[in-house]
Design a protein around this ligand. Structure first.
Ligand SMILES: [Zn+2]
Length: 83
């Protein structure tokens, strides 16, 4: 067995046989709570009717649309008739 392999096997053996308190520690920590989530109003997409939050929508040709409809419309460059 070459020296590196022998050293690796011995190292792994020490880890496997070591008592838990030598390998692990657990302490209580103080972590501030995360901020409260922002609540945004929900709108209905004027193309498909799907609900979306204010920040997830887009406007195009005067219509408020969901992201999926926005992507489809902009990919095809085909806008629906105004409602
Ligand atoms: Zn939509």
């Amino acid at each position: 067995m070459d020296h590196d392999l022998k050293a690796t096997v011995e190292f792994h053996g020490r880890i496997i046989k070591a008592p838990d308190d030598e390998l692990l520690s657990a302490d209580t920590v103080q972590i501030p709570p995360p901020r409260k989530a922002q609540i945004h109003p929900t709108f209905g997409c004027q193309v498909c009717g799907e609900g979306f939050t204010e920040i997830c929508g887009r406007t195009a040709s005067g219509l408020a649309v969901c992201m999926d409809c926005f992507k489809k419309l902009t990919e095809r460059n085909a806008w629906p008739e105004r409602v």
